[in-house]
Design a protein around this ligand. Sequence first.
Ligand code: HEC
Ligand code: HEC
Ligand code: HEC
Ligand code: HEC
Ligand code: HEC
Length: 260
Amino acid sequence: MGAQVFKPSANSIAHVTILGIAIVPLTVGLSLAALSRSPANTKVNVPKNQPVPFSHQHHSWELGIDCRYCHGSVEKSGYAGLPSTETCMSCHSQIWTNSPLLEPVRQSYETNTPIKWNLVNKVPDFVYFNHSIHVARGVNCNTCHGPVNDMHITWKGNPFQMAWCLECHRAPERHLTKDPTRPDLSPRQQVFDLYWKLQTYGKTGFKDDGTKALSERELQLLKGEWNGSDKPEDIKSGKELVKELGVQVQQLADCAVCHH
Ligand code: HEC
Ligand code: HEC
Ligand code: HEC
Ligand code: HEC
Ligand code: HEC
C-alpha cells in the first residue's frame, strides 16, 4: 500500500512559478469556479467527522510525535500529505490493539484499502498553494491552521479567503520572525522546534524557575491567535529577515503568484 497523499490539484504542482513573471490573464474558469465555491469550505472552528477519531492533541501534543512523521512531504513539496495506514500501524500493531476506535485502521491494513480522511482544508482548484516555500520562510503551521497540535478532532483554523492570504503577502515583515533563543536554527527548523518548546514548557510557557521560556508570539501561535505584529522592533527585524531570505515583496501580491 503506498502512502496516501491527497493531491487536490496535482496539476498545479508542476507549475512552479518564478515570482515576477508577467501576470497571466485570469481565465474564465476562475470566476466560474468561484461561483461553485462551497460554503463549507469557509467554515472555521467546526470539527470534521472522520472515519477514525484521530487526535492531534494525543499524538502531537502529548506523545510529542513530530508533524513530519505523518506529514512527511510538508517541507519538501507543495503538499503536506496525510499518513498511510502503515504509519499508524507502526505503533498500533503493538499498542491499543484492541481498541474499537482503531477497527477501521486495522480493516484498512488488512484489506489494503487507504483510510478515506475527510479533508478539512482545501483551496479551490484555481488557487495555487505550496507548503514547502512557506515552511522554508519560517511561517509556522499554526499561523495558517490554528492550534492544530492541541486539537482533539481537527478543525479548520482559518478561512483561506483571498484577502486573508493577501494580508500577509502584502506585508510579510509583520509575520516573519527569528527565534532569538535559537539563532543556530534556520527559519524552517524553527517552525518545528516551536512544538518541542511547547511540549517542554507547556501552555503557560514558564520554566521551573518561573522565568518565561516562550515569547508572547510563541504563546499566541500556540493558541492559534497569532496574526502578525505591528510593533516597530518586530517590523524592523521582520524587514531584515525579508531581505536576508530574498523575499520578493513587490511581486508577492501579484495575481499570477496564486492564479496560474
Ligand atoms: C508513535 C506511536 C503512534 C502512532 C504513529 C500513532 N499512534 Fe495512535 N495512539 C498512540 C498511543 C500511545 C495512544 C494512546 C494515547 C492516549 O490515550 O493517551 C494512541 C491512541 C490512539 C487512538 C485512541 C484509541 C482509544 O481507544 O482511545 C486512536 C483512534 C489513534 N491512536 C489513531 C491513530 C491513527 C489513525 C494513527 C495514524 C494516523 C495513529 N494513531 C498513529 C500511539 C501512536
Ligand atoms: C501520528 C500522525 C500525525 C501527526 C504526528 C500529526 N498529524 Fe496532522 N493529521 C494526521 C491525520 C491522520 C490527519 C487526517 C485526519 C484529521 O484531519 O484529523 C491529519 C490532519 C492534519 C491537518 C488537516 C488536513 C486537512 O484535512 O486539511 C492539519 C492542518 C495537520 N494535520 C497539521 C499537523 C501539524 C501542524 C502537526 C504537528 C504539530 C501534525 N499535523 C501532526 C496525522 C498526524
Ligand atoms: C501559509 C499557510 C500555511 C502554512 C504555513 C501551512 N499550511 Fe497546511 N495548508 C494550507 C492550505 C491553504 C491548505 C490547503 C491546500 C490545498 O487545498 O491545496 C493546507 C493543507 C494542509 C494539509 C492537507 C493535505 C495537503 O497536503 O493539502 C495538511 C496535512 C497540512 N496542510 C499540514 C500542514 C503542516 C504540518 C504545516 C506546518 C509544517 C502546514 N500545513 C503549514 C496552508 C498552510
Ligand atoms: C503568514 C504569511 C503568509 C500567509 C498567510 C500566506 N503566505 Fe504565501 N507566501 C508567504 C511568503 C513569505 C512567501 C515566500 C515568498 C518568497 O520567498 O519570495 C510566500 C509564497 C507563496 C507562493 C509562491 C510559491 C512559489 O512556489 O512560487 C504562493 C503560490 C503562495 N505563497 C500562496 C499563498 C496562498 C494561496 C495563501 C493563502 C491560502 C498564502 N500564500 C498565505 C507568506 C504567506
Ligand atoms: C496570495 C494568494 C493570492 C493572490 C496573490 C491573489 N489571489 Fe485571488 N484568490 C486567492 C484565494 C485563496 C482564493 C479563493 C478564495 C476562497 O475560496 O474564498 C482566490 C479567489 C479569487 C477569485 C474568485 C472570487 C473570490 O473572491 O473568491 C478571483 C476572481 C480572484 N481570486 C482574482 C484575483 C486577482 C485579480 C488577483 C490579483 C490582483 C488575485 N486574485 C491575487 C488567492 C490569491
